[in-house]
Every structure is written in structure tokens, then in C-alpha cells.
Design a protein around this ligand. Structure first.
Ligand code: GLU
Length: 423
């Protein structure tokens, strides 16, 4: 793979493009298709005026990038964070295309974002921001066009406001315009836990491959948001030993295993400081936890936490990427040399969008499934996808990440070839 400067290494777009180019080359991808798939199909920038609670007018910048609609409507979350930028949203949109193709669901890829700090906005300000953002995108989103969902800094409430705003413009209730909604307004049972559940299913498959068992498997989770906390809870209930949790403001370590139910209860009471101060484990440096001895490391927070700076010191045997883009392309090479078994983001965290697909199907059917049906279908799709990726990696002699990209790119390219280019 091409060598990158540290600045390039940490740019998610470069990280995505480096893997895409490598996989496309391995596939001998047609040059024209290469040009189509390397870049997003559409990029929208909006400047959103919001009247703040103190009477001031503030203008926020938002994005929606649709990378591909070849296999179906564009699909992907909306991120609220002070660090959001166009290159990041572009990368995340492309990753959505590859993710949906890896799990073989009929969606393209998109991502949205607004540069803002949701922690510093009141609920009223967040609502106005979300509604105006949705209104600005009104002609670009819709159940058959582009279906947003939650991502970092957004949640079920954000999706409820988006659904309502879109519906008010359409003069009818359109639940299928977004996924990740509250259950009583068209959300799906099991969606909230689905990304974490998908992480566990992938870990289970890896254990099966290596003949390991859950009870003897020590896990460290980085990030305790929707993905990390649900993965930790489900995995600890299933018998895995969660020995470490790393958060942005502190970490926890307990060699005997952390009581996740007690931690969740503590976190909910300790609103501001999250997991910090929990007495059921020792306080630990979150950076140290990344390089602490364990069987499985689950980066479940944000991009660029495994880089050329710390990859050589990682001691985990398996890395299961709950977040999008936690590992840089330079770190991939180091991990491959160390024979770490990496379950790449576009497979590891695909449980979320897979359950989003079920939600979209249920909304369009007007028929809602039992939670057991959601979980069963999720498990079926993810197990098959895990097998497909590992098989591709073994038959093409590439690592799991490149295998997942190759599988995804070949599926999207095949669709474009069949459809042809409209001129
Ligand atoms: N934001 C999530 C992701 O990155 C979910 C996307 C979706 O459900 O559309 O996969």
C-alpha cells in the first residue's frame, strides 16, 4: 500500500482511499469503474441558521454525502460533532457503501454531519438544528432516495425529529425516511442493541474459528457509547470477561472481569463523568488499556485510535472494530505482521445498518417483527458475511479488511456493470 505522511494517515478519506485503491488493484477493477467508485456521487453542504435560546442567531454547517446509490437508496448515519469535516463524511459515506455490500443488503452508502457540540446545545436548540437540517435536505432524502440514521452525537430523538420534519413537508407520515427511531413511531425492536450485538456475533465467529471459548476470553472495550456499552453488556451476559473499559475521560481495569450491569447503573447515575469513579474496578489510563494484554480489543468510539504510533504495542489477538475507521492504513500493515486477526469495521459494526434495513422493511410493510425475529435474521446475515469475508481472505491471500473491501467492491461494480451507465 502507498506510504502516507502522519497527516495523511490520520485523514479518514486517505485511509479509505488507500484501502480502496489496494483492493481495486487486487481485483483488477476496470479503470472506469475505479473512477466511479473512488469518489462520492453527490456532496451537499448546507449552512443552517438556528435561533439560540439566548436570542442570538447562529449558523451551523452541515453535510450529506451520498457515495453510491447503485445497489439501492443511499444509507447512513448523521454525526453531530465539533470535528466533523467534509473529508471525514466522505470517508464515512464510502464505508457505508462497502458495509451494506459486505452484508449484502440493498442499500448504497451515505453519511451526514453537522459541525456542532451537541453537549453544549439545549434540547430545544438541538431540535431546531435537526429540523432545519432536515428541511434543507428535503429533496435529497426519502425512503427510496437516502435514509439517514443515528451516528455519534445523535440518537432516537434526533431521528424522531427528522421523521416528523420530513413528514410535515410531505403532508403524510413517512416513517421509512429514517431508521433508528423510537419503537413506538416506527422503530424496530432490537435496533438499539444491534451494532453491539453484531460485534458479539463477529467475536463469537472468531472464537469458533480459533477454538476458543467465551468464558476464557478477556475483552477490552474502548468507548462506552451505544456500540461499546451494548457490546460489553451482551458479551458479559454471554460469558465473556470484560477486563477493561476505556473512555475519553478515563478508564477502568479489573482482571477478574467488570460487573457491566453495576457499571451501567453507575454510569446512568453519574451522568457527567460517565464511567469515571466506578469502584468495581481500578482506574486505568485509557491509552494504556489499548496496549494491555487481552484476547479481544474492541475499539468502539471513533476514528484513528490504532495508528502507526501504538499498533506495534497492541497485545490483543483479535481486534473487532465497533467504530468506523478506528485503525489507520499504516497500522493495518503492522497488525498484519503481528498476525492480529482484525474483524474490519465494515463487517464488525454492520449489525447496526443491518437492523436499520429490517426497520426500513418493517416500516414499508407496516408489519412489525418480534425482537427474536430481528435478532435471528441479524445473526444469520452476519454469520454468513463473516464466513464470506474470511473465505475471500483465505482464497485471495489478503487480510480480512482487504478481503471485505474486495468483496464489497466486486458486488457494487457488478451491479453498475449490469445497470450500465445512463447518458
Ligand atoms: N451510523 C451507523 C453506521 O455507521 C448506522 C447507519 C445506519 O443504520 O444507516 O453504520
Amino acid at each position: 500500500m502507498k506510504t502516507l505522511t502522519l497527516e495523511q494517515e490520520l485523514n479518514p478519506w486517505e485511509a479509505q482511499a488507500a484501502r480502496f485503491d489496494f483492493a481495486a488493484q487486487k481485483l483488477n477493477l476496470d479503470e472506469g469503474l475505479w473512477k466511479i467508485l473512488r469518489y462520492p456521487a453527490r456532496e451537499i453542504i448546507v449552512h443552517i441558521p438556528v435561533s439560540m435560546d439566548d436570542g442570538r442567531l447562529e449558523v451551523f454547517t452541515g453535510f450529506r454525502v451520498q457515495h453510491s446509490i447503485a445497489r439501492g437508496p443511499a444509507k447512513g448515519g448523521v454525526r453531530y460533532s465539533p470535528d466533523v469535516n467534509l473529508d471525514e463524511v466522505r470517508a464515512l459515506a464510502s464505508w457505508m457503501t462497502w458495509k451494506c455490500a459486505v452484508v449484502n443488503i440493498p442499500f448504497g452508502g451515505a453519511k451526514g454531519g453537522i459541525i456542532c457540540d451537541p453537549k453544549k446545545l439545549t434540547l430545544g436548540e438541538l431540535e431546531k438544528l435537526t429540523r432545519r437540517y432536515t428541511a434543507e435536505l428535503i429533496e435529497f432524502i426519502g425512503p427510496e432516495k437516502d435514509v439517514p440514521a443515528p451516528d455519534m452525537g445523535t440518537n432516537e430523538q434526533t431521528m424522531a425529529w427528522m421523521m416528523d420534519t420530513f413528514s410535515m413537508h410531505m403532508r403524510q407520515t413517512v416513517t421509512a425516511v429514517v431508521t433508528g427511531k423510537p419503537i413506538n413511531i416506527g422503530g424496530s425492536r432490537g435496533r438499539r442493541e444491534a451494532t453491539g450485538r453484531g460485534v458479539m456475533i463477529n467475536c463469537d465467529e472468531a472464537l469458533r474459528k480459533f477454538g476458543m471459548d467465551r468464558e476464557r476470553t478477556k475483552v477490552i472495550v474502548q468507548g462506552f457509547g451505544n456500540v461499546g456499552s451494548n457490546a460489553a453488556k451482551l458479551m458479559s451476559d454471554a460469558g465473556y470477561k470484560i477486563i477493561g473499559i476505556a473512555e475519553y475521560n478515563g478508564g477502568l481495569y479489573n482482571a477478574k472481569g467488570i460487573d457491566i450491569d453495576a457499571l451501567l447503573e453507575f454510569r446512568d447515575r453519574n451522568n457527567k463523568n460517565g464511567i469515571v469513579g466506578f469502584t468495581g474496578a481500578e482506574a486505568a489510563d485509557p491509552k494504556e488499556l489499548m496496549i494491555t494484554e487481552c484476547d479481544i480489543l474492541i475499539p468502539a468510539a471513533t476514528e484513528n485510535v490504532i495508528t502507526s504510533q501504538n499498533a506495534a504495542n497492541i497485545k490483543a489477538k483479535i481486534i473487532c472494530e465497533g467504530a468506523n475507521g478506528p485503525t489507520t492504513a499504516a497500522a493495518d500493515d503492522i497488525l498484519a505482521d503481528k498476525k492480529v486477526f482484525v474483524i474490519p469495521d465494515i463487517l464488525a459494526n454492520a449489525g447496526g445498518v443491518t437492523a436499520s434495513y429490517f426497520e426500513w422493511v418493517q416500516d414499508r410493510q407496516g408489519y412489525f417483527w418480534k425482537e427474536s425475529a430481528v435478532n435471528e435474521q441479524l445473526e444469520f446475515i452476519l454469520k454468513e458475511s463473516f464466513e464470506d469475508v474470511v473465505h475471500f481472505s483465505e482464497t485471495h491471500n489478503v487480510n480480512n479488511r482487504i478481503a471485505a473491501y474486495m468483496l464489497a467492491i466486486s458486488r457494487v461494480a457488478h451491479t453498475i456493470k449490469l445497470r450500465g451507465i445512463y447518458a
